[in-house]
Design a protein around this ligand. Structure first.
Ligand code: UFG
Length: 329
């Protein structure tokens, strides 16, 4: 059984991937600082190391003790607004610490790595759907912190033979289908959890940031991808690297965009509850449309989304919110 080290395995996408790895016959090992992750989101059967990715001694020890053969690297800060206020924090926590982490892995002989990247590497796209070959001009430090890592990998590959795939996620959403794992960020800034907290009555209304965009209903379009489909993309990427697929960047999205108003309307249908809306000014830095071109991951990794209809995303997220109205607390 192959042992896969998952950094940030107690986070939102990490915890779903850890469970999916175990279901598919892998042995996941978690390294998480628990700064933003939740210990309760990882089964007690999974070896768990509480620590920092920049602790090279710990990383080397884990690789040796657990016989790690490959790594999925999620651990990162991921709040766009916070990254604008504290860019140095993002360049340290995301970029610099990843460099130390990958150095320790390479020293230990681990050369296969899947990296959690983001559509924020593109910035404001000229072309939608966005192909992987589109220019990368991030408009916030979060996107830049991830882009710098992607770029560093190409040099680590040349120098040391690192084999890597960076998955550029569009909008990760949804939850385990039985509502047992889900999204719990503090503070919460993402649309779908905030809409469902409004349906639960925890918030008075959902603010719609901008109704004058050049989209069919005037609100922003996003490509929502179910967290379980995202988890599966990581496993196919691991397997792809093992069987000769080249290193590189891949979009992970569905290729279809939904507007903020469509998400809210579907949430009203799925929850059967009223969801009051507060039309609000645009949020700075929001591109009007972010939709992935998805041929590359479909063709080269054989990935297709299975749970990413907007209804299934909202149904699973609603199951999570109903079971865990206060998150993992
Ligand atoms: N939105 C609202 N009201 C809210 C929250 C969000 O109208 O209360 C809107 C946003 O303006 C945006 C859409 O809903 O149009 C989706 O917003 P999210 O905050 O859920 O997600 P983003 O598209 O901003 O963020 C995602 C990822 C980030 C990534 C970013 C790249 O979650 O990690 O895409 O632009 F950096």
């Amino acid at each position: 059984m192959e042992s896969i080290l998952v950094s940030g395995g107690a986070g939102y996408i990490g915890s779903h991937t850890v469970r999916t790895l175990a279901e598919q016959g892998y042995r996941p090992i978690v390294l998480d600082s628990l700064v933003t992750g939740h210990r309760q989101s990882v089964s007690l059967d999974v070896p768990f190391y509480h620590g920092d990715i920049a602790d090279s001694d710990l990383v080397r020890k884990i690789v040796e003790i657990e016989q790690v053969s490959a790594v999925i690297h999620f651990a990162a800060r991921s709040l766009v607004g916070e990254s604008v206020e504290k860019p140095d924090l993002y360049f340290e926590e995301n970029t610099a610490k990843t460099n130390r982490f990958v150095s320790a892995l390479l020293q230990s002989g681990v050369k296969r790595l899947i990296f959690s990247s983001t559509a924020a590497t593109y910035g404001i796209p000229d072309e939608v759907p966005i192909p992987e070959s589109a220019p990368t001009n991030p408009i916030n430090p979060y996107g830049l912190s991830k882009l710098m890592i992607e770029q560093s990998f190409a040099w680590l590959e040349k120098a040391y033979g690192l084999k890597w795939i960076a998955l550029r996620y569009f909008n990760a959403a949804g939850a385990a289908l039985d509502g047992s794992l889900g999204e719990d960020h503090i503070p919460e800034t993402h649309l779908i959890p905030l809409v469902l907290k409004t349906a639960l009555g925890q918030r008075e209304a959902i603010s719609v940031f901008g109704t004058d965009y050049s989209t069919p209903d005037g609100t922003c379009l996003r490509d929502y991808i179910h967290v379980l489909d995202l988890a599966n993309a990581h496993i196919l990427a691991l397997e792809g690297l093992a069987t000769g697929v080249g290193s590189g960047v891949y979009n992970v999205g569905t290729g279809s965009g939904y507007s903020v108003k469509e998400v809210i309307e579907t949430a009203r249908f799925v929850t059967g509850r009223p969801i009051p809306v507060l039309e609000s000014p645009r949020r700075p830095g929001d591109p009007d449309k972010l939709v992935a071109k998805v041929e590359k991951i479909q063709t080269l990794l054989g990935w297709t989304p299975e749970h990413s209809s907007i209804e299934q995303i909202l149904q699973s997220a609603w199951a999570w919110h109903l079971k865990h109205p206060n998150g993992y607390l």
